[in-house]
Design a protein around this ligand. Structure first.
Ligand code: HEC
Length: 507
């Protein structure tokens, strides 16, 4: 059963064709059944009509014509042709009417016969199997009828037989005649059988007989329909084929894409993991370098002979710190990318934190002769955030601003709570700015805008991506507005759910 269903689904054309053939077969079968039913019942009706008409004539003749003719002195005799002033007996009339019917062109045949024919009626008994069967069969049928369809060369025929029963006038004559083969007839006895044969025409024969051009038209219609159906089937087949090919191709492409995606994800994950491990491994020796260089620079175990060594030790230390910062940035990014960075939220006073961050970079800013301002609205907030991440955001933004602003420029930091209850802080500079199309590049880890910028300003290209990642980890938003030669404003929005204003500040 399942394999049949699969076959139907996989080969829709085949199933369609099977369906059409089976459907057409069923329709033809049904139509043929209905048609043969109709042929049968119309033939039977015709046979009954002939029989009933003959019976009615005989009965009328027997009870109305025969008595009057007798009164008028006429003789009623079977060979009335040979006697002057004679008329036929009811049975003779019936037999002759039957001969008239049988000469008509509709193919019907009528006959009267019995088991007790009069001596001169040599063919008055049954002639074939049907006629013999009918003589006994009508006795057991309540309507006194017997019907059969017989196959013949040139088409089937319907045979109908009806009992001929004795009425009072019939008995009077039959029981009193000397030449009667039987003299004890009773009322209602079956004296004999009258039968009708009607040919059952085939449908085509009927159509042909009625109107040959209609028939030809019908055949032409069927053939035309078949041709059109075949054409459509072929068309459909090629359509289905194309569709299937397209589907297969699309499936293949999807499969390849999925494979490529999985590979890319695996590679990215491996990269993050490698970076995390590497950074961790790098920090251990670096800590030693930092510790020892600090000790040497601070002359912890007594003065160094040549003061140049002290300067070198301090250089080693500051380079090491810079390296540590970079490694920490990489470690953070790798953790964020691999989803293993965990926020450690606490209540952070944003104003205090900005102040602290400014203290860290102030020296750097002064060295470049940059003016730094900090404006904050009275009701500044506290945020529920990871303090280290927040400080990283601020420091990165500030050092970027310092890095990309020419000596004599200005940097402005603002912080406030907006109408929607969100904490907004922004770092604005009068630096070199960026083209709009460079902004997305600046936010991608390890990407840097132009090698010139890179060389003159230094950095790993991790600052902004980290800021973006930390902000998003807090559910916040980052926005950059920049114009080359005019400056850059980076705005950070922290959600209202993380913002709250301490009561004493509102008062
Ligand atoms: C006047 C007398 C008479 C009357 C009335 C009469 N019959 Fe007959 N019947 C005969 C004769 C004679 C024959 C033989 C006729 C022939 O062979 O042409 C005959 C033949 C028949 C036959 C055919 C028998 C055979 O196989 O030869 C049947 C059936 C029959 N009659 C039935 C009836 C019925 C039914 C009635 C009443 C409606 C009736 N008859 C009225 C005299 C009569």
């Amino acid at each position: 059963m399942q394999s049949i269903i699969r076959l139907l689904v996989e080969r829709p054309l085949c199933s369609l064709a099977i369906y059409a053939v089976v459907g057409a077969g069923l329709v033809l079968f049904q139509a043929n059944r209905v048609a043969s039913d109709i042929r049968y019942s119309t033939a039977l009706e015709a046979a009954k009509s002939y029989s009933a008409a003959v019976s009615a004539i005989r009965s009328y003749y027997s009870s109305n014509v025969v008595p009057r003719a007798r009164e008028a002195g006429a003789t009623i005799i079977h060979d009335y042709h040979e006697h002057e002033g004679a008329i036929p007996l009811p049975a003779t009339l019936t037999i002759e009417l039957g001969e008239q019917i049988s000469q008509r062109s509709d193919g019907a045949q009528f006959r009267l016969y019995s088991n007790y024919p009069y001596p001169w009626r040599s063919d008055g008994g049954p002639r074939d199997a049907f006629e013999s069967e009918a003589l006994t069969a009508v006795e057991s049928d309540s309507a006194g009828e017997y019907v059969k369809v017989e196959a013949r060369e040139g088409g089937a025929i319907l045979r109908y037989a009806q009992a001929v029963r004795m009425g009072p006038t019939c008995i009077a004559c039959h029981n009193s005649r000397a030449d009667s083969p039987k003299n004890d007839w009773k009322l209602g006895d079956i004296r004999g059988v009258q039968s009708v044969k009607i040919p059952l025409l085939s449908l085509a024969a009927i159509a042909m007989a009625k109107n040959p051009s209609d028939f030809a038209f019908m055949i032409a219609g069927v053939l035309g329909g078949l041709l059109i159906f075949g054409f459509l089937l072929k068309k459909l087949q090629s359509m289905f084929k194309e569709e299937r090919e397209l589907l297969v191709a699309a499936e293949q492409r999807n499969h390849e894409l999925a494979k490529a995606k999985a590979a890319a994800e695996a590679a990215s994950h491996a990269k993050s993991k490698f970076l995390a491990n590497m950074s961790h491994e790098l920090r251990t020796p670096l800590n030693a370098i930092l510790g020892f260089s600090e000790m040497i620079g601070g002359e912890g175990f007594g003065p160094i002979g040549n003061p140049k060594y002290k300067g070198y030790a301090q250089d080693i230390n500051s380079s090491g710190r810079h390296l540590l910062e970079i490694i920490n940035d990489i470690l953070d990014l790798a953790k964020i990318e691999s989803g293993s960075f965990e926020l450690n939220p606490e209540n952070v006073d944003i104003e205090t934190l900005i102040g602290e961050s400014l203290n860290i970079v102030r020296e750097q800013a002064e060295a470049k002769n940059l003016g730094v301002d900090f404006k904050t609205s009275p009701a500044t907030a506290q945020i529920r955030a990871d303090k280290r991440a927040l400080r990283q955001i601020l420091l990165n933004l500030l050092s970027n601003a310092i890095k990309f602003t020419q000596p004599g420029g200005r940097i402005l930091i603002t912080a406030h709570v907006d109408a929607a209850g969100r904490t907004v802080f922004a770092v604005e500079d009068t630096g070199i700015g960026m083209e709009p199309e460079h902004i997305p590049i600046a936010m991608t880890p390890f990407e840097q805008i132009g090698s010139v910028l890179n060389r003159s300003c230094g950095g790993t290209g991790l600052g902004l991506p980290l800021v973006l990642s930390f902000t998003e980890l807090h559910g916040g938003k980052l926005d950059i507005v920049s114009e080359p030669g005019i400056g850059t404003t980076v705005t950070i929005l922290f959600p209202a759910s993380r913002t709250f204003v301490p009561a004493q500040r509102i008062a």
